[in-house]
Each structure stands twice: as structure tokens, then as C-alpha cells.
Design a protein around this ligand. Structure first.
Ligand code: AMP
Length: 277
């Protein structure tokens, strides 16, 4: 695997490539990221995985400083997964001066994750646009684990007419169903056992909807209560439409349950697509 640290070298290296698939990450590579790399490999002969912990998308009091940085390990895993190029710029490469131009986002970016992490999606979209401009891929793979992020990236690509196809990837889970995440390592042993309840709460809503229930508010409340009873601090468990991520209307069938809650000091998110009858 080639490791490239500057935009200039990356452009030079990719000049002769006509089909490139990109997998943007913040590192601390786990099997979720590797599944994205495998999907990318299935779509293009050259895959560029990027590792950049993007300060702009962390809010005050969030975990930018303590975000796990495991570069050597990451390289070994990406190489074993057959990734072609690792683009790992440092902060001066991506932000040689303080970033004053940002992507301006639609209102949906202030809801759900955006409500609890103000500015998060603005920082994310800005760096994704910059990574897209650096790599200039034809394809990019994003995980459904970060469902709202995927929706925003897709919409951005569409509205700015970027010549990139976005491929969504299913969430990879641990044996008990917990979605793999770099933040899972912050869970204590007891919290790790409890962590699966977020998924259980989400699946409880899924079962109700698939059983024909459309009283979403009641289901959302019950799911939140289930978590709160077990000492979670719940940000939201909600049912939304998959495309617009708005509250579903009577005719909407393609839905998604999204949840975010804190266990101790660790904030976890998860979601599940559902098809209403
Ligand atoms: P991150 O490094 O957390 O910013 O994630 C980089 C990419 O990996 C994003 O597109 C995520 O949605 C995706 N991702 C993270 N966790 C998982 C997972 N458990 N399964 C599939 N994709 C994931």
C-alpha cells in the first residue's frame, strides 16, 4: 500500500488513473471501515482511503483531542484489506490557514445529530468537499452507520453536480449487534454489555412499525424510556423518512429509526431502516 501525505503528491500519483474509489475515514480502522474498502475495491481498480481527524467537525467539549489515533495499526489493516493508497494528510495540509470558506447546509443539518452537535455537519461537509477535490474520485463509499451524514453527502454531491457516485454501505456489527465504532473503546466492561440496548430500543420501534403501528410519537417515547430506565441519557430515538429525514407522512413507507444516547461519557448512535406495511 502506498502512503501519501500531501495533496500535491496525491494528484501527481492519481493523474494516470481513470477510476478511483474513495473511502473517507478518521482512522482507528475497524471492520466497518474495512467493509467500505472492500466495497470500494469492487467498484474501482484503485482505492484511496483517507485518514484525517477533522477538527472542524468536533464541537466544544467533544473528543477531538482524545479521538483514538492508531496510525501503524490502521496501515496494517488497510494493507491487508487490499487498499491501494492511504492518503493521510496532517492538519497543515488540509488547513494551511484557518478555514474561512464553509459549505452552507440545508436546515436538516441542524436537526438530530446537528441539534446535539452544532456545526458538526458544516465541518464534515467542508472537509469531505476538500477531500473530494484532493482525490477527485469517481466513486465514494460512506457507511449507513452515520445515516444523516450519508444523506447530507448525497444531497451535497447532487446539488453541486459533483461527478461522484456515492455508494452506501451496511453497518457492520459486533456479535451481539452493537454497531462497530471507534468510540466503543471508551466503554467500560459493564457499559459495553449495556451498550446493545440502544439497538434493542431501535428494533423495538422497528417491530412496532412493521406490525402496522403508526403512532410514532408513542413508540419513540417508549424506546427513550427503555433507555432512560437503564441510565442512558437519551438525545433522540425517532422515526424519519429515509430520503428527507423528516417526520413521515401517512403515505411514507421507506423509513428509518435513528437513535443517539450517552452511556456514561460515551455517546453512541445507531439506526435501522424499516419498510412500513
Ligand atoms: P469515521 O472514521 O467514524 O468517520 O467513519 C468513516 C466511514 O466509515 C463513514 O462513512 C462511516 O459511516 C463508516 N463506518 C463507521 N462505522 C461503521 C460500521 N460499523 N459499519 C459500516 N460503516 C461504518
Amino acid at each position: 500500500m502506498e502512503v501519501i501525505k500531501t495533496i500535491k503528491e496525491l494528484r501527481e500519483r492519481l493523474k494516470r488513473e481513470s477510476l478511483v474509489a474513495c473511502v473517507p475515514t478518521m482512522g482507528n480502522i475497524h471492520d466497518g471501515h474495512l467493509s467500505l474498502v472492500r466495497i470500494a475495491r469492487g467498484h474501482a481498480p484503485v482505492t484511496v482511503t483517507t485518514i484525517f481527524v477533522n477538527r472542524l467537525q468536533f464541537g466544544q467539549g467533544e473528543d477531538f483531542e482524545k479521538y483514538p489515533r492508531t496510525f501503524e495499526d490502521d496501515c496494517a489493516k488497510l494493507e491487508a484489506a487490499g487498499n491501494t493508497i492511504l492518503f493521510a494528510p496532517d492538519e497543515r495540509q488540509i488547513y494551511p490557514e484557518s478555514q474561512v470558506f464553509y459549505v452552507d447546509l440545508p436546515k436538516i443539518a441542524n436537526k438530530l445529530e446537528g441539534r446535539f452537535r452544532p456545526g458538526h455537519f458544516r465541518g464534515m461537509a467542508t472537509v469531505v468537499l476538500k477531500l473530494f477535490n484532493s482525490v477527485q474520485p469517481q466513486i465514494a463509499v460512506f457507511g449507513k452507520k452515520d445515516y444523516q451524514q450519508l444523506a447530507i453527502v448525497r444531497h451535497m454531491v447532487e446539488q453541486f453536480a459533483l461527478p461522484i457516485t456515492i455508494i452506501p454501505a451496511e453497518t457492520v456489527r459486533a456479535e451481539d449487534g452493537l454497531a462497530l465504532s471507534s468510540r466503543n473503546r471508551f466503554l467500560s466492561h459493564a457499559e459495553r454489555k449495556e451498550a446493545i440496548r440502544l439497538r434493542q430500543a431501535i428494533l423495538q420501534v422497528k417491530d412496532a412499525v412493521e406490525g402496522g403501528d403508526r403512532n410514532f410519537i408513542a413508540m419513540e417515547y417508549a424506546a427513550g424510556e427503555l433507555l432512560a430506565r437503564h441510565d442512558w441519557k437519551v438525545d433522540y430515538v425517532v422515526v424519519r423518512t429515509r430520503r428527507s429525514m423528516l417526520r413521515p407522512d401517512v403515505q411514507d413507507k421507506e423509513l428509518v429509526v435513528l437513535g443517539a444516547a450517552k452511556l456514561g461519557t460515551t455517546r453512541l448512535i445507531d439506526n435501522q431502516e424499516i419498510l412500513a406495511p
